[in-house]
Design a binder for this molecule. Structure first.
Ligand code: ADP
Ligand code: MG
Length: 342
């Protein structure tokens, strides 16, 4: 350890399509929606994270909310840079210091991101004083966070269902053997619910309401052992224009999400069919691991298990598996150097 190391702070960041999390000194210090709000007149970013997410769907002409990484690609480079920088500057221990100290960072990025976009993320981190910035792919970080020893000559399958993308990967010997990234995940589930309410109940609900429905009664199968109770949903009647309330069961939501979940299942099956036989044999024994917010959908583990005839396990605290893994990598960077993106 050199003198310089005493002044270097270590930061692990999960730059997700829906949520960004940061670990500093072994603790989660940022856990916020990946969203910024911009003033259209001045072009300035006026809010980030939770504050910006409260504005979503309620903005007027002069304010726009942006999710810079919405579909797993960087839609707005400037907004994404501001978001990264504001999140880092919001870390309590760094806020107290007069200058941002030198940072050693590991940042986890969606797999679909291009090289140009990777460079942009790296440069954004360097501009907030990132002296050493490493990038890592999401399924790899998720696997480490779940507690899998990814260096072993053994195959493991990870399915990470986030906001914008679902990432499926088979890992062995510290590398990704085969993988697939599909743009069917939490955001699509939310839109499915909006569409279902409109077409089946003539009820217009906003994104926020649909997201609440998904979390409160969302399900992947219609025959849950212990299903949640029905939910009262308010929205605008499309025929009369008046506000209206209806009762919705989890079975209806399972119907609404069925097609999208099927597409995730297809991607899992396709990845399995591309897996070399020795690794397929390992996965037969170890099963499939689910991570990401989408894995909290009731009955999704059971459904994937029925489809694949494999045991399926949900990561502990699945929304934080990736940042946990990224945090483990920064703590032991020499061990994991070979798995970082070159
Ligand atoms: N209990 C839940 N049931 C279903 N979906 C959920 C639940 N909690 C969070 N989500 C969804 O998970 C997604 C965010 O997951 P996350 O892993 O943070 O995504 P990302 O890594 O892409 O940022 C959102 O679409 C959110 O609506
Ligand atoms: Mg994620």
């Amino acid at each position: 350890m050199g003198f310089f190391d005493f002044m270097t702070e270590e930061i692990a960041m999960d730059l997700g399509t829906a949520n960004t999390l940061v670990i500093h000194n072994g603790k989660v210090v940022v856990d916020s929606p990946s969203i910024v709000a911009r003033d259209r007149v001045t072009g300035k970013i006026i809010a980030v994270g939770k504050e910006a997410s409260l504005m979503q769907g309620k903005t007027h002409d002069n304010i726009k909310t942006i999710r810079p990484l919405k579909d797993g690609v960087i839609a707005d480079f400037d907004a994404s840079e501001k978001m990264i920088s504001l999140f880092i500057k919001s870390i309590p221990a760094l806020k107290k210091k007069m200058f941002t100290p030198a940072l050693r960072m590991v940042v986890c990025i969606p797999s679909g991101i291009t090289e140009v976009e990777m460079r942009a993320v790296k440069e954004s981190c360097e501009r907030v004083n990132g002296k050493e910035v490493y990038l890592i792919h999401e399924p790899m970080a998720a696997a480490i966070g779940i507690g899998i020893d990814i260096m072993q000559p053994k195959g493991n399958m990870i399915v990470d269902i986030g906001g914008g993308t679902s990432e499926i990967a088979v890992l062995a010997l510290g590398g990704i053997v085969c993988d697939k990234s599909v743009k069917i995940a939490g955001d699509v589930f939310t839109n499915d619910i909006i569409y279902y309410m409109r077409t089946q109940h003539n009820l217009f609900v906003g994104e926020g309401t649909a997201e609440k429905i998904k979390i409160q009664i969302g399900a992947a199968i219609e025959d849950l052992d212990q299903g949640p109770e029905d939910m009262l949903v308010q929205g605008r009647d499309l025929l009369t224009g008046k506000p209206k309330q209806i009762n919705i069961s989890y079975r209806e939501i399972a119907k609404a999400l069925d097609k999208s979940i099927q597409r995730i299942e297809d991607a899992v099956m396709e990845t399995l069919s591309q897996t070399p036989p020795e690794l397929a044999a390992d996965i037969y024994n170890t099963g499939i691991f689910l991570a990401g917010g989408g894995s909290l959908l009731r009955g999704l583990d059971k459904r994937i298990s029925q489809k694949t005839d494999l045991p399926v396990y949900i990561a502990e605290d699945p929304l934080r598996a990736v940042v946990r893994g990224t945090g483990m990598v920064i703590k032991d960077i020499n061990k994991y150097r070979s798995i970082l993106i070159k």
